[in-house]
Design a protein. Structure first.
Length: 97
């Protein structure tokens, strides 16, 4: 990885999901401006606030897809990350903002 880039893997939640009120949302439903959580697999040398195995929150519009050994991953800039969830953070929420 170079510079401020972060390689992440999105969870495979391609199917239906339920809202907090119990409403079934089909996989084909489009939700505008929804942020996505992903797991960090690699970081560049100039990345300061993210480490391996952290979970990051980002906008799907700020991503670049890349295929490595037949698997699809996403490549992000550190500045495009909105939040970091990590076990090393001592706050109650586990989020680093």
């Amino acid at each position: 990885m170079l510079h401020d880039r972060v390689l992440v893997r999105m969870p495979s939640e391609d199917g239906e999901r339920r809202s907090s009120g119990g409403i079934l949302i089909p996989a084909t439903a489009q939700v505008a401006k929804r942020l996505i959580w992903a797991e960090v697999l690699a970081v560049g040398a100039h990345v300061r606030s993210v480490e391996l195995a952290d979970r990051v929150l980002f906008s799907p519009e700020d991503r670049h897809e890349v295929e490595i050994s037949g698997q699809n991953y996403l490549l992000l800039r550190e500045r495009d990350i909105h939040a970091v969830a990590a076990h090393r953070i001592e706050a109650n929420t586990g989020l680093y903002l």
